[in-house]
Design a protein around this ligand. Structure first.
Ligand code: BGC
Length: 838
């Protein structure tokens, strides 16, 4: 009897409600209060009117493979009504509802027509429909809409997604004329205006942030299916906001150092020169004294905190900072994020002025309560990479230690003296491009800013402590733990793989093409809607099939499918099933089939998760994802996405965590630990490396210094690998300094395995071997394997042929192919055996 994924009960699994509650909780925790001049939380007495398309239809997340199919999203309107917020004038909302419905109907008809015409059958729509849909503007707000109200809540919504970058135009990074008109009108006529930002990344907020009547700005992010509930939790004060920004919100797009070089803006999609070098995000704004609208790490609370640094100690490899955090407010309980930054001496090389090295979040503190937190960071967190010699060096000199609740409000607490220069680590020599990269001249930095912390320290007579890390000890930074079960799986994999023919090796090295489903359109078939599977053709050789499903905003699978329980055939129903509650499917259910339901939980987007800065909470969220994976029979979560948010316009920033590698790395590690606490489940860190723009993502060559690569773009992965110990990594589509990252021996083998000690398997992104770039060919499958990129996904027959050809023609040694196969089989055995145990 075939086991089908999901349940026949339309009500779903018993865990759904609990999981939605956690999604609601984490969403509220990830929201960032950006402005509050005494209005929030609402007292309950206000007479409120609600405006903006997002009020009824907030974006729960972004589009493309990062979109998670779930039952329904709670609207902000419903969320507020449930909390008894007095919405006294809903005329505008009701009219908008009609308008939305009409437009949506037209959109549905467009889809049906295209399906009927056969232009874009089935799942091809997954990529296009979202682009065809634009949230309609409502009519302008009029006097009658604000009659009798004292508070207006205005929702600004933005969405973006895979394969397209955002624009710096009106209606995207900039406000639309419609939004400007309505906000102006509200500010002129209403005492209190609250703006909710339903966005996946920064927009230009300077037009309204300083308006006197805009008394509250809450960045609600794209908060998942529980959007409305979480917004109401924060607005009514049930939850005191404690989220902090993980990226810098500039005062205008041009203020970002790479603004004009980015993606379509530069009109050159063939290459992306990372001219800002190590000065990305806040590292630029801070070092070059450029004002931001809202800076890195910023976020307000309903209460106030005091951070008292009690003790700073060092050991052979780390610095430990212990603080007492007091809630010094008198009304609201709340949580605070303590952030630690360091300034570095700049004799040996120029560096950013400050760099985040660690953070910790308190629990819920009542007024008057305090909590002790300790933040530890390593010598490597303070070091810089030197291309000459390929090494991380901790320069001798005085380092400044800053502690605070945001970058801007951090205060200099101590100097950490490193008496003699320490060579911390030799790395392999990688990704040396042929051309020199023209980077921002740090000589442009304002007068000796790098020295300013020393002046402050001198004036304040700050204490100095000695830090003398031992070279060579860096390797023990994160201790290697041996997992005996995984070791046994590796041994078993070795034996199995030794007995495979070349043809069989080629099957292992590619995902499973086709399968028992009809009309799939996506590769995943055992769990309909999953993105792919490893080969199922070698079960007789002891190699089980494993299933992979996307994230990061939950588990992306079909909400419903049909199954014939006699024949075992499944009919996934395609993309149309996942939108509009399946209403667009016009065909009758097959008479000999059963419906199976797979409702998963849409959690907030990656950025919102990271904005919680709460690693314990993220472990819980990861565990919840793992439980859903196990419940549906998924082994690999194709998440977290941890590319850095290099520029605010990257279409997939919403999936990613931060512009900072420490935040990204620690967030990914916490999610990984959570997912992997459920036996038989792992994550897939992606996209390795530098997938920082979407247009021509298959062909763009990212040109950057190796120092920037090492200190920023690889560092997050390194932290996540060492702390989280994930079992899979996905390469990116783009090129790095002239080489396709999927076929880069430097990146896959030297960096991941030799330098970072990664012990799992690597896979390509979907279609790396068949999607060309604008002017570059796709990658030959054998090149991936030769580089140590083990698995070609999703896998088509041509991939297997390509691998075989590589072996036959001597480009890919059989030994190398066997090593790839061993790694895949070890991970697959380890996961499937654990899931098979009850
Ligand atoms: C995306 C990946 C995703 C994969 C499978 C690709 O288009 O870039 O992030 O995991 O599809 O859906």
């Amino acid at each position: 009897m075939v086991k089908f994924s999901g349940t026949k009960d339309e009500k779903g699994f018993s865990w759904e409600k609990d999981h939605r509650n956690l999604a609601r909780y984490v969403a509220a925790e990830g929201m960032v209060l950006m402005k509050n001049t005494g209005l929030l939380p609402l007292s309950g007495g206000e007479k409120v009117a609600l405006f903006g398309g997002g009020a009824l239809h907030p974006y729960k997340g972004g589009t493309g493979s990062g979109d998670v199919n779930s039952r329904a999203t709670v609207s902000i309107y419903d969320g507020l009504l449930e909390e008894d917020v007095k919405l006294v004038n809903t005329k505008w909302i009701l009219e908008y509802k009609d308008l939305y419905e009409k437009r949506r109907q037209a959109w549905r008809e467009e889809i049906w027509k295209a399906v009927d015409d056969g232009e874009r059958p089935g799942d091809e729509f997954a990529l296009y429909t979202d682009h065809m849909w634009h949230m309609p503007m409502g009519r302008d707000v009029k006097e009658e809409d604000i009659e009798g109200i004292d508070t207006a809540i205005y929702v600004i919504s933005r969405k973006s997604g895979e394969s397209e970058d955002r624009t710096d135009a009106k209606g995207d990074y900039e406000l639309s004329e419609w939004e400007i008109r309505n906000l102006n009108f509200l500010c002129d006529h209403v005492e209190n205006v609250v703006v909710l930002l339903n966005v996946g990344g920064p927009i230009n907020v300077t037009r309204f942030m300083l308006e006197e009547h805009v008394k509250g700005i809450l960045n609600i992010s794209q908060p998942g299916m529980e959007a409305g509930h979480a917004v109401a939790d924060v607005l009514t004060g049930r939850v005191t906001p404690s989220g902090k920004l993980t990226a810098t919100w500039g005062t205008s797009y041009e203020k970002y150092p790479e603004a004009m070089e980015f993606s379509h803006i530069s009109k050159n999609l063939e290459e992306e020169v990372y001219k800002e070098d190590i000065y990305m995000g806040y590292k630029y704004f801070d070092s070059f004294d450029v004002m931001s609208a809202y800076g890195f790490g910023f976020g307000l609370s309903y209460t106030e905190f005091m951070i008292d640094v009690k003790e700073v100690t060092t050991d052979l490899m780390h610095v430990h900072v212990t603080c007492d955090v007091f809630n010094v407010g008198n009304k609201y309980a709340g949580k605070e994020v303590v952030q630690v930054y360091v300034s570095m001496p700049q004799e040996l090389c120029k560096k950013e002025y400050r760099r985040l090295v660690g953070f910790a979040k308190t629990g819920l503190l009542k007024p008057g309560e305090k909590q002790e937190v300790t933040i530890s960071f390593s010598a490597k967190d303070m070091a810089s990479f030197h291309e000459k010699g390929d090494c991380f060096i901790l320069e001798a000199g005085d380092y400044g230690l800053w502690v605070g609740e945001s970058l801007e409000n951090a205060s200099l607490h101590k100097l950490i003296e490193v008496e003699t220069q320490v060579l911390l680590e030799h790395t392999s020599s990688i990704c040396k491009g042929r051309e020199e990269i023209q980077t921002l001249d740090p000589g442009d930095k304002p007068y000796g800013k790098e020295q300013r912390y020393l002046e402050i320290a001198g004036k304040a007579n700050l204490e100095r402590i000695i830090f003398a890390p031992r070279p060579g000890l860096y390797a023990s930074e994160e201790k290697k733990e041996v997992n005996p079960v995984y070791e046994a799986a590796k041994e078993k994999a070795k034996e199995i793989v030794a007995g495979l023919t070349r043809e069989e090796l080629a099957k292992v090295l590619c995902g499973q093409p086709g399968g028992r489903a009809e009309n799939v359109g996506v590769a995943g078939i055992h769990v309909p809607g999953a993105a792919g599977e490893t080969t199922g053709e070698l079960a007789h050789k002891g190699i089980p099939l494993a299933v992979m499903a996307d994230g990061p905003a939950g588990l992306r699978i079909q909400t419903r499918y049909e199954a014939n329980e006699t024949t075992g055939q499944v009919y996934p129903l395609g993309f149309l099933e996942n939108i509009e509650g399946g209403e667009l499917i016009r065909s009758e259910k097959r008479p000999d089939c059963q419906y199976y339901y797979q409702y998963s939980t849409a959690i907030p987007i990656g950025t919102c998760l990271a904005q919680t800065f709460d690693l314990e909470l993220l472990k819980e969220v990861g565990k919840m994802i793992g439980e859903e994976m196990r419940s549906f029979g998924v082994h690999f979560w194709l998440a977290p996405g941890m590319n850095l948010q290099r520029n605010p316009l990257c279409g997939r920033n919403f999936e990613y965590f931060s512009e900072d590698p420490v935040v990204s790395g620690l967030t990914a590690a916490a999610l990984t630990q959570g997912v992997q606490s459920v036996p038989g489940c792992t994550v897939t860190l992606k996209h390795f490396a530098c997938n920082n723009s979407e247009e021509n993502r298959m062909g763009v060559d990212c040109k950057l210094t190796v120092r920037n690569l090492r200190e920023n773009y690889l560092r997050g992965f390194e932290i996540a690998i060492k702390k989280g110990k994930p079992l899979a990594i996905m390469t990116s589509y783009n090129h790095v300094n002239g080489f396709h990252s999927a076929a880069s021996y430097d990146l896959c083998t030297r960096v991941l395995r030799e330098d970072f000690g990664f012990e799992g398997m690597i896979m390509t992104d979907w279609g790396t071997t068949f999607f060309p770039g604008k002017s570059t060919p796709p990658v030959d499958p054998w090149r991936c394997a030769a580089a140590g990129n083990d698995l070609i996904m999703p896998g088509i027959p041509a991939d297997q042929e390509g691998i075989l050809k590589g072996m036959e023609e001597g480009f890919l040694s059989e030994d190398r192919a066997r090593e790839c196969a061993q790694r895949i089989v070890a991970v697959v055995l380890y996961l499937t055996e654990a899931q098979n145990q009850e």
